[in-house]
Design a protein around this ligand. Structure first.
Ligand code: TPP
Ligand code: MG
Length: 749
């Protein structure tokens, strides 16, 4: 065991000794927690074998470092992103074994997830243990965002207040809580000046790119995050030397500036506590992040589905067993005379009794009701499709006294204006992404040496200048980091409105969007939420955009429960929908067609700072009763052109529906129109097969079959990629003439 120091001022024997800052009583407490952790694992393994629980993940071998971290940090004050081996940490922070067994049986009153997540997927809001998932390493960027959120509120304490909400209106549903149009009503914010965010991961997980993105961001921003790598030498069957170049993660990360580094025997609670104390002190004093590399063991194989004897010889396993933290600590207590045999027995008996009672109770717990499965996919508090979001545009500019026509603005102008208005109104909004700031080197701006950029499409121009560099800033070129950090910030109550520069480059963030952002509320049974807005420039028709600047792919995101997806086709809709996206309580993917940013089509006067459009409400762009065309985005002006031609030439009146919002979408508008026209074309810019329109077409065929006088047709891009040469691009993307021909054929059917 590590250093045993005697405080010279204390003279009353054994109990006065300090073990790297731990008193004897604290050591006994630490042993109780470690022993409890191991025995919870043993009980769970038994329960799994008896088929009373359905999965087991052990924290065996990681108990000492976990307890050390738990004792050095403060629950409900600091923030925690622990991974599945952190049972001992959670116990040290105050989670009860009973809570853990409830998750094992999948009980309705499992406080982590209400039966939705596997055991060892921790989530305890009161303790600030943030809901965890299964993808290795996806918690790390969120931990960075969490620390950024805490720091932001220290610098902007007024932002943490909950404003009077003028939009608070009575719900139409009897007995339902009042409806609100401001997410802040439901986001209590707490923060501390010297708080720390803890995040842990395994040695194998340090190979994930997100780990490096997080280390870089924490280092750049000098954030108070403790990264704890629990190195048990294996990632399932892959040993550390086949995983990490040179076999030591400490060596690889040692060049990151602003960090405090510790490498420690994580099976030794005294040494581990000492390491954590130093890390905590460094972070609390605001010097920057810390990195604790703890060498631990994994005595119970990776999981119950793994038998490590298949890839680890006995001799190697026996060497590990010599370092078992539970037996080592027990021997240490005996050797130091802190506890005798009787004391150890007594402690272990007490733990066994507690666990028995907890298991008995958990086995009686009721399972969740099947009817509850749709709860908390979205916010239960704010419905962005509700009438509260239906406001009229202010016609200020249209009543210009000189009788001149009002100045109209492009979609780019109105998105910029909406961001500006909302940032003025809500200090919780932060804007970041690649190149979104006016200029990273602030002094150039202050000295008026440059004008500033504000995004490659200039949509965020002037925002940094007006609101400051801590509200509008450039992130490193790392899309997962943009979404992951935003998710952590939103968990703390901020409203990040982040930009992914091109939809084509959203894919590195896919894990964060699919497995984190959209599922956090549901998997934590409404314990946590993260209503981030992701703005991104999408689509083709660019003449030269080619494969990697023209992609669509919205159906991949509308396929994700928990994520709202909107896709405006004109300036006014962009303003109204963006405001709804910002004020609502769900994560939103806001798709901005780059071809429409500065098009003359769809320009509109500035609609004022309160203009909103509810989600799920389509717009009839062109009324008609012969044929329905359902579309959105850049196909809207093309379909309109085709419809006008058809009317001119053939007298066919097309009802053109712009969906505007893709999830939710306006089924009622579709059904009402088809009931009238009996013919329908679904048109979209993305590739035809498996595209967004396929779902719409399927639902029409299913529910409106008896209303149809013709087959449901689709016009979309060819099932290939968007090519560079304009002749090819034209052939690939749906053109007005393709739409015209399909409309004509359907009308004549
Ligand atoms: C992104 C992702 N890839 C693969 C897996 C499957 N998986 C679960 S745990 C694990 C090994 C993790 O090893 P390590 O980080 O060393 O943690 P340990 O389990 O050893 O504590 C793998 C490959 C996963 N959960 N997530
Ligand atoms: Mg490992």
């Amino acid at each position: 065991m590590a250093t045993t120091k005697t405080d010279p001022k204390l003279t009353n024997g054994r109990k006065a000794r300090l073990y790297d800052g731990l008193t004897a009583d604290r050591l006994i407490h630490a042993y109780r927690l470690m022993y409890t952790s191991r025995r919870v694992d043993d009980r769970e393994i038994l329960l799994k074998r008896q088929q009373k629980i359905f999965f087991q993940m052990s924290g065996a071998g990681h108990e000492a470092i976990g307890v050390a971290a738990g004792l050095a940090l403060k629950p409900g004050y600091d923030w925690f992103y622990p991974y599945y081996r952190d049972r001992a940490l959670c116990l040290a922070l105050g989670v009860k074994p009973y809570d853990m067994f409830l998750q094992g049986v999948g009980a309705a009153n499992d406080p982590s997830s209400g039966g939705r997540q596997m055991p060892s997927h921790w989530s305890y809001p009161a303790l600030h243990i943030v809901t965890q998932s299964s993808p290795t390493g996806s918690q790390i960027l969120q931990a960075v965002g969490c620390a950024e959120g805490g720091r932001y509120f220290v610098h902007h304490p007024k932002a943490a207040e909950i404003p009077e909400c003028p939009g608070l209106a009575k719900s139409a549903r009897p007995g339902a809580p009042p409806l609100s149009v401001d997410y802040r009503q439901f986001k209590q914010v707490t923060f501390r000046n010297d708080e720390i965010t803890y995040v842990s991961l395994g040695d194998g997980t340090s190979s994930e790119g997100e780990f490096w993105e997080a280390m870089n961001a924490a280092s750049l921003e000098k954030l108070p995050v403790i990264f704890c790598v629990e190195d048990n030498g294996y990632a399932i069957s892959v040993p550390v030397e086949a995983q990490t170049a040179g076999g030591s993660i400490s060596r690889l990360v040692s060049g990151f500036p602003n960090f405090h580094f510790e490498e420690v025997d994580g099976t030794d609670p005294v040494a581990s506590y000492g390491a954590f104390q130093r890390a905590v002190e460094y972070c609390r004093e605001g010097h920057g992040p810390a990195f604790v590399h703890a060498h631990v063991i994994r005595p119970y194989s990776h999981s119950l589905s793994d038998d490590e004897r298949l890839y680890r010889p006995d001799a190697e396993r026996e060497r590990d067993a010599q370092r078992d933290p539970v037996t080592r600590t027990q021997m240490f207590l005996l050797r130091e005379g802190i506890l005798d045999d009787k004391g150890i027995n007594q402690l272990e008996k007490e733990v066994e009794a507690e666990l028995q009672a907890a298991v008995d109770l958990a086995l009686e717990a009721l399972p969740p009701a099947p009817e509850s499965i749709m709860e908390f996919v979205y916010s239960p508090d704010i419905d962005p499709a509700s009438p509260e979001f239906d406001t009229r545009p202010a016609q200020l500019e249209t009543v210009a006294s000189d009788g001149k026509k009002p100045t109209t603005k492009t979609m780019a102008d109105l998105i910029n204006a909406t961001l500006r208005d909302e940032m003025k109104r809500d200090e919780r909004i932060v804007v970041f992404g690649e190149d979104v700031a006016d200029v990273s080197r602030e002094e150039y701006l202050k000295r008026k040496l440059v004008k500033g950029k504000g995004g490659v499409f200039k949509l965020t121009f002037g925002l940094q200048n007006e609101f400051g560099s801590d509200r509008v800033f450039n992130s490193p070129l790392a899309e997962a980091a943009i979404v992951g950090r935003a998710t952590g910030m939103a968990t703390r109550g901020l409203k990040p409105v982040v930009e992914i520069q091109f939809f084509d480059y959203i894919w590195p963030a896919m894990m964060q969007i699919r497995d984190e952002l959209s599922v956090i509320r549901w998997r934590s049974n409404n314990g946590f939420s993260c209503p981030v807005v992701i703005r991104t420039a999408i689509g083709g028709y660019l003449t030269g955009g080619a494969i990697y600047h023209s992609q669509c792919g919205e159906s991949i995101f509308t396929h994700i429960p928990g994520l709202r997806v909107v896709f405006p086709s004109n300036a006014l809709d962009a303003a109204g929908l963006l405001r709804t996206a910002i004020r609502c309580d769900d994560p939103v993917l806001f798709l901005e067609h780059k071809r429409l940013y500065r098009e003359p089509f769809g320009r509109a006067p500035y609609p004022g700072p309160e203009y909103m459009i509810p989600f799920g409400k389509a717009q009839i762009v062109h009324p008609g009763d012969n044929l329905t065309v359902i579309t959105y985005g850049a196909v809207v002006p093309r379909a309109l052109q085709a419809a006008q031609k058809l009317e001119r030439e053939q007298g066919v009146k097309v009802e053109l529906i712009d969906l505007r919002s893709l999830n939710p979408f306006d089924w009622d508008a579709i059904a009402a129109s088809i009931a009238k026209t009996n013919r329908v074309l679904v048109a979209y810019e993305d590739t035809l097969s498996w595209g967004y329109g396929a779902e719409i077409a399927a639902r029409i065929a299913d529910e409106l079959f008896d209303k149809l006088d013709a087959p449901v047709r689709r016009v979309a891009a060819k099932d290939t990629f968007v090519a560079y040469q304009p002749i090819l691009e034209d052939a690939i993307l749906p053109q007005p003439n393709d739409l015209y021909l399909a409309m004509k054929e359907l009308a004549e059917y």
